[in-house]
Design a protein around this ligand. Structure first.
Ligand SMILES: [Zn+2]
Length: 141
């Protein structure tokens, strides 16, 4: 029988976020949002950031948002597509249902024990643009 500890964790694909239908106007400056990057301790895990101002998302050629990440170091300000973002500052039905869908898809596939598992769904470009791997595959730059 294989030893589960010595196996690299199985990292599920996020096929939900790329299909998410959410408008740019759903968010506004001052909102607190989380970009989910994986799971930890049986819960979704990600980075919580504050929405600053509208910003062009070059990878998708669509309207994005400039986000401020207090723990971002040299990458304190990044640009994200609205569909990557989940409201944490207020109760929001749209974001909650997206979060639930992610939980259903991701949590059963990542062991609850152990530290955070970054599933590697996102990359950050040199221009501090956050890009979902699925958007990169579509020919993002
Ligand atoms: Zn929302």
């Amino acid at each position: 029988m294989p030893d589960p500890v010595s196996r690299p964790p199985y990292v599920p694909a996020d096929t939900i976020t790329p299909e998410r239908d959410i408008t740019h106007e759903h968010f506004r400056p001052g909102d607190q949002v989380t970009v989910v990057k994986g799971a930890a301790g049986g819960e979704l895990w990600g980075e919580t950031m504050t929405v600053v101002t509208p910003s062009w998302h070059t990878a998708t050629d669509e309207d994005g948002w400039r986000l401020r990440n207090p723990r971002g170091g040299t990458r304190t300000f990044i640009t994200a597509h609205p569909r990557y973002m989940i409201h944490t500052s207020r109760l929001c039905r749209d974001c909650l249902s997206h979060q639930r869908a992610l939980e259903d898809r991701i949590l059963p596939k990542i062991p609850a024990a152990g530290g955070p598992v970054d599933c590697g769904w996102y990359t950050l470009t040199e221009l501090a643009q956050l890009v979902h791997t699925n958007d990169t595959a579509r020919g993002g730059r």
